[in-house]
Design a protein around this ligand. Sequence first.
Ligand SMILES: [Ca+2]
Ligand SMILES: [Ca+2]
Ligand SMILES: [Ca+2]
Ligand SMILES: [Ca+2]
Length: 475
Amino acid sequence: MRVSAATLAVLNPRPVAGRPGVDPETRGSVMVIVLWVGFGLVSVALYFAHSMSLELRAADNRVAAIQAEQAINGAARYVGYLLSELDEPGMAPDVDASLYEAVPVGEANFWLIGRGDDADTLDLPLFGLVDEASKLNLNTATLEMLELLPGMTAEFAAAIIDWRDSDSEPGSGGVEDDTYLRLNPPYHCKNGDFESVEELRLVYGATLEILYGEDLNRNGVLDPNENDGDVSPPPDNRDGHLDPGILEYLTVYTRAPQSGSSATDSTSATGSGTADSSGTIYDVTQTNRTEVITLLGEQLGEERASQISQQLATANDITSVLEFFARSGMTADEFALVEANLGAGTNQLGLINVNTASEAVLTCIPGIGTENAGTVVAERLSNPEGTCSVAWVADVLSEEAIKEAGPYLIGRTYQFTADIAALGRHGRGYRRVRLVFDTSSGTPQVLFRQDLTHLGWALGAEVREQLQLARQLWR
Ligand SMILES: [Ca+2]
Ligand SMILES: [Ca+2]
Ligand SMILES: [Ca+2]
Ligand SMILES: [Ca+2]
């Protein structure tokens, strides 16, 4: 290539005449120093830019987390409102499931993690409220009932009974103070009621396997790490089926409105088809059933009430609402008018909602057991949806089984859990809180609040993918 003289002159300028020439070596050193200083300045600028961007991102995450926490508070109010506006006391709120999923609160969103109706394993979470009355009550279930829970061991069931019973005599296979005091650190056996299901962690013999099973994040869904064997915790059997721990089946909150008490305020019962707008509960186990008969008279007419009264004249050993119905000769429609106002005994603790309990829980109930649980679930699926009655159970069970199972059953639920997960802006700041609501007094109250953020992501793969897509758009 030929280079013109002019170009050469530009590339290699001669010292201008009249100016003292600078030594080329000095010129090189200056050049190197300038380069280094320049390089240093750029590095400092880059360093500050980077730490600023980290700082910004951290601030953004903090903002997102605060937004998520506020969304959870918003969700709690929303659920409280839904539960105060129930069409029928004891029935889950009748709202579209979409109102439980990705509900926006400002820039944040919340989800209510629910549970399915059947034993099918879910690979994506269902959204809704969790029905506490679909579970066994830790404080009222008998040893035999606890032993029938999936994943339960005979020793642990016995230890649970000893933990809550008031004496210090170990039952068969159970443990009391002498065992607890030998632990390191030692502590006493409670000898009192469970206040939360998590208290089971203190009971002798508790393991993560018994309590949590494969459902490490407690969302009712088979997440990838829960179906990969020992590759990642928890250990699981890789069978494509979620085997949850006993926490899934247990509650301590179930309590129906008690006899003589008012379940609902008059405004919420009006027009609901409920018999007695005062919501008073009448005890069917009393031999002198004058109040119950008066109630029947108000709803079905005096003539029908006296027929029913005669039918029940010799029935002095009734122990449950279900048995009362089965022996009264009432039709299911007649019974539906009064059922919300009937109770059995003064203690209405730990009743299980036969309309919502899983087959695993129904199996634990005396009189139902393994032999009838499948039939009960099949009959329930053929019911018209949305019943809050126990009457249909009388068609499935024998007289004897009704006598046995009746005292454990109810058709309604008065305690619901809102398992709330929330994300702040840009899908960041994941938070999860579980709140237990009690509606048995008519006005929803929060009984328990527990932070579950530490259990990690619980919203399944689909929500995560949607967020990743959205994040790419935000960039
Ligand atoms: Ca004890
Ligand atoms: Ca899970
Ligand atoms: Ca695993
Ligand atoms: Ca499994």
